[in-house]
Write a protein that binds this ligand. Structure first.
Ligand code: AMP
Ligand code: FE
Ligand code: FE
Ligand code: ZN
Length: 279
C-alpha cells in the first residue's frame, strides 16, 4: 500500500526539520506523498515542493490555522490551494501582525523587569522562523533565568505566567473561506484534541459543515483503530472526506515519526486521490 502523511511541520513554524529536508526524510520513510502544514504560514511550501520534485515525493500544499469556536482553540487544515494566491495574503498578514504585536508586548514586559530584549532583535536573529515564545525562552535561558526551554515556559511563558500574552485567532469562517478562495479544501484537524464528548463533537461538525469544511482528519498519531472507525463513521454521516497525518514536528515531538506517527499510523494514498477528486 502506498502511504502518505498529510500533517507535517517544518522550521517555518515549530518543527525542527527545514522545508528542504522534509521530502528526503519522507522518501527514506517510504512515503509517496506529504503535505507540509506549518502553523499560519505557507513560507516553506516552495522549498519543500522543490526538494520533493528532486527526490520523487509528491508535496501537497498545506497550512494549519489556529481558530476558535465557542472558547475552544480549533485547528483547521488547508490543502491543495495555490500558495501564491493573493487571496491568502490578508489572512496570513493578519496572523503575522497579531504575532508581532504580541511579541512586542512580551518583550516590553521583560524589559520592565530589566531583561534587555526586543521583538525586532528576535526577528533579526531568527529570519527563517515564526518568532514566538520558544525564542523568548532561549533569551531567558541566556540570561540565566531558566535552565531549559521547558523551564522558561513553566516559569515565565505558560498561560498565567508573568510574560505570557495571549494571541488572537482568525475567525473560523475566515480561515475556511480563504483556504477555499485560494482553491483549496478545508479540513478539521485532530478532532479528539478538543476533548469533546460525542454530543459536542457533533455540534462542532455541524458548524464545520455550515462553514464550508469538507474533510476531517480521522487518522492521527496515537488514535486507536476504534477511534479511527468512530471518526470515519462520523465523517460519512456528515459528508466529510477523510484525511490523515502524523503532526510530525521533528525533535520537538521526538515520539512522533513522519508517516507512522507513534508507530501504528498508516495513511493510504487513496485518501489524497479522493480529496483531489471530490467536489
Ligand atoms: P507561541 O506560538 O509563541 O505561542 O509558542 C508556541 C510554541 O511553543 C509551541 O508550538 C511549542 O513548540 C512551544 N511550547 C509550548 N509550550 C511549551 C512548553 N511547555 N515547553 C516547551 N515548549 C513549548
Ligand atoms: Fe505545532
Ligand atoms: Fe494542530
Ligand atoms: Zn499540527
Amino acid at each position: 500500500m502506498k502511504t502518505i502523511d498529510l500533517h507535517v511541520h517544518t522550521t517555518k513554524s515549530d518543527g525542527t526539520v527545514p522545508p528542504a529536508e522534509i521530502a528526503p526524510l519522507a522518501m527514506a520513510a517510504g512515503l509517496a506523498a506529504i503535505a507540509v502544514t506549518d502553523h499560519d504560514t505557507v513560507g516553506g511550501l516552495a522549498e519543500a515542493a522543490r526538494a520533493g520534485a528532486a527526490c520523487g515525493v509528491e508535496v501537497v500544499s498545506g497550512i494549519e490555522f489556529s481558530t476558535g469556536w465557542e472558547h475552544t482553540e480549533i485547528h483547521i487544515l488547508g490543502y491543495l490551494f495555490d500558495p501564491e494566491s493573493p487571496l491568502l495574503r490578508p489572512a496570513l498578514d493578519w496572523v503575522a501582525g497579531d504575532r508581532l504585536g504580541r511579541n512586542q508586548k512580551m518583550a516590553a514586559l521583560m524589559r520592565a523587569d530589566g531583561i534587555p530584549v526586543t521583538a525586532e532583535e528576535l526577528y533579526a536573529r531568527y529570519p527563517e522562523s515564526t518568532v514566538g515564545r520558544p525564542h523568548f525562552a532561549v533569551k531567558l535561558m541566556e540570561r540565566g533565568l531558566a535552565d531549559s526551554v521547558a523551564d522558561a515556559f513553566r516559569r515565565y511563558l505558560a498561560p498565567g505566567r508573568k510574560y505570557y500574552v495571549r494571541r488572537n485567532y482568525i475567525p473560523f469562517e475566515e480561515a475556511v473561506r480563504v483556504i477555499r478562495a485560494a482553491g483549496g479544501r478545508a479540513v478539521l484537524a485532530h478532532p479528539f484534541q478538543y476533548q469533546y464528548d460525542d454530543v459536542r463533537l457533533r455540534q462542532l461538525l455541524g458548524y464545520c459543515v455550515s462553514a464550508g469544511v469538507e474533510g476531517m482528519e480521522c487518522l492521527y498519531s496515537g488514535y486507536t483503530p476504534e477511534q479511527e472507525a468512530y471518526l470515519a463513521a462520523l465523517a460519512r454521516e456528515y459528508g466529510l472526506f477523510i484525511t490523515g497525518g502524523s503532526d510530525f514536528h521533528g525533535g520537538h515531538k521526538p515520539e512522533i515519526s513522519i508517516g507512522t506517527g507513534t508507530g501504528n499510523l498508516r495513511v493510504p494514498y487513496t485518501l489524497l486521490e479522493k480529496m483531489k477528486k471530490e467536489e
